[in-house]
Design a protein around this ligand. Structure first.
Ligand code: SF4
Length: 283
């Protein structure tokens, strides 16, 4: 399993995304001392810096350098990538030791993306950053994180097709908007997954249970990372889980989602061709 030590480093952001959970939580700005005190591997060999927008910190380079000198092999930034439109800035980040970049993208065009980030020009800057990033072919692993929400779910196929035009390594489709029905979004999620598979780019889902995947179960990211990769999710089993072969690996459905939509769309899985392979990952 790939386990990252997750460290929150910035409560500021240059986007104002409609679905930003950090704005809602009102987290305090951590000091450099408190961050450095956490940048210790313990039982992790990867570290993930997130915000807000981590690249807006003036002291980001020493933070990454500390992670490197303390022995982390995988150093990841979760970012909107806008500041990477300045290639010198990006070069410094790479030189300091960051080797994994997860870029958040909300849509395939500026109208949709900027509408959700509520920041005019953010789409074009993120794409410029991505374009710069792919130039550093040796030193980086690029993941595109597409949060799925009410505003963008019908554009997922276009967004995936668009990012496949860049030399990226992985895509994550993250379901975190509990006002959107999974049933409604699943048609587009499946299409987006198949487009990426067809183009031989690794694609994973986040926030979706086994019982909606219908043959795409190995694409669930939580199989490889654990179910705590999104903070503050509260899972709940429902009346159908008892009969499901995945019940020992699956924590159920997000509580807020169940309260809103109920459990009728989550039918128990009685058999599945990937079950024994997935079970092996947990053993
Ligand atoms: S039926 Fe329950 S245990 Fe089975 S995959 Fe769905 S949520 Fe998980």
């Amino acid at each position: 399993m790939l386990r990252y030590k997750k460290i929150f480093i910035n409560n500021h952001c240059n986007n104002h995304c409609l679905h930003c959970s950090y704005q809602k939580k009102g987290l305090l700005q951590p000091s450099i001392e408190s961050i450095i005190s956490k940048v210790i591997p313990e039982d992790h060999d990867g570290v993930e810096f997130y915000g807000g927008e981590p690249t807006l910190r003036d002291d980001l380079l020493p933070i990454i350098q500390t992670a490197k000198s303390n022995g982390f092999r995988r150093i990841k930034l979760i970012t909107n990538g806008r500041l990477f439109s300045n290639i010198h800035f990006l070069q410094n980040i790479i030189n300091s030791g960051c080797n994994i970049f997860e870029i958040k993208l909300w849509g395939s065009n500026s109208q949709l993306h900027d509408g959700i980030t509520q920041t005019y020009g953010s789409f074009i800057e993120t794409l410029r950053g991505l374009d710069n990033l792919v130039r550093f072919s040796e030193e980086r692993f690029i993941c595109i994180r597409i949060p799925i929400c009410k505003q963008n779910y019908s554009d997922l196929e276009n967004t995936v097709a668009m990012v496949l035009g860049f030399e990226i390594n992985r895509i994550v489709l993250s379901f975190t908007d509990y006002n959107l029905s999974i049933k409604k979004a699943m048609f587009h999620i499946r299409n987006a997954i198949n487009i990426s598979i067809f183009n031989r780019v690794w694609i994973l889902t986040e926030g979706l249970p086994f019982c909606v995947m219908n043959g795409l179960e190995p694409h669930i990211i939580e199989i490889y990372t654990g179910w705590n990769n999104i903070e503050n999710r509260v899972f709940q089993k429902h009346k159908n889980c008892g009969e499901c072969i995945f019940k020992e690996f699956c924590p159920g459905i997000e509580k807020d989602y169940l309260n809103r939509f109920g459990e009728d769309e989550f039918l128990p899985i009685k058999e599945n061709k990937y079950f024994s392979d997935i079970k092996m990952v947990y053993e």
